[in-house]
Design a protein around this ligand. Structure first.
Ligand SMILES: Cc1ncc(COP(=O)(O)OP(=O)(O)O)c(N)n1
Ligand SMILES: Cc1nc(C(=O)O)sc1CCOP(=O)(O)O
Ligand SMILES: [Mg+2]
Length: 215
């Protein structure tokens, strides 16, 4: 049984971390309550990802927070990361699974019903659903699905789900009423002047929303 908590999923972006390194941003965000971290750096190449990924693994050691590597299966294996995340246009999940073995967490993006229905729970551990809203963080994003589309996809999913795309603190209540298991953010934490404060506020809102729904 793989253990991971999608509640507050930080996706790192070196451009948006601005004054801090991704490693320092992750350290602060986890101190504030982030439950999962993804290393996403489109420019780094495998060797750059491996260097940053190893430093992230050091920072996350003992916290229980999982490190997921975006796109690059080779880097994920070299880092001995906890998992890898791929999209519909990346290496197919079945091939990723055959390369990383049964124990690594495998996340897959899904933006429509067909993609959710095609997800095989024997291969995939969670789905990233979105974008919920348009976002400048990923200029090539697919059409936004909104909360209604998100609720429909979450209902159909055979595995836990995390929503992504344009999500901020003011969305927590509506977001968790769709049935998703977590909220993935880039700018809401990376671009904040204090990533620990941003994460603490988001996590407090998530926990309060969960208590309200399930007292
Ligand atoms: C948690 C999560 N969900 C979705 C994505 C997007 O993945 P993908 O569609 O492969 O796009 P890129 O991130 O590779 O640009 C994600 N990274 N994380
Ligand atoms: C990495 C990513 N994937 C998306 C998808 O829709 O699959 S949207 C996105 C970027 C989300 O950034 P922000 O929280 O700053 O809006
Ligand atoms: Mg990808």
């Amino acid at each position: 049984m793989k253990r991971f908590d999608l509640s507050l999923y930080l996706v790192l972006d070196p451009g948006l971390c601005r004054v801090r390194t991704m490693v320092e941003t992750a350290r602060l965000a986890v101190a504030g309550g982030a439950t999962m971290v993804q290393l996403r750096d489109k420019e780094a190449g495998t060797s750059g990802l491996v260097a940053t990924g190893r430093a992230l693994m050091d920072v996350l050691a003992g916290t229980g927070v999982k490190l997921i590597v975006n796109d690059d299966v080779e880097a994920a294996a070299a880092i001995d990361a906890h998992g890898v995340h791929v999209g519909q246009d990346d290496m197919p999940a079945i091939e990723v699974r055959s390369r990383v073995g049964p124990d690594m967490i495998l996340g897959l993006s899904a933006e429509n019903e067909a993609a959710v229905r095609a997800a095989d729970p024997a291969m995939v551990d969670y789905l990233g659903l979105g974008p919920v809203f348009a976002t400048p963080t990923k200029p090539d994003h697919k059409p936004p699905i909104g909360f209604d589309g998100l609720a429909q996809l979450a209902r159909l999913s055979p595995v836990p789900t995390v929503a992504i795309g344009g999500l901020k603190a003011e969305h927590v209540r509506s977001l968790f009423s769709t049935g998703v298991d977590g909220m993935a953010v880039v700018s809401a934490i990376c671009s904040h002047r204090a990533p620990d404060i941003a994460a603490r506020k988001l996590m407090a809102m998530i926990e309060s929303e969960r208590r309200r729904r399930d007292p």
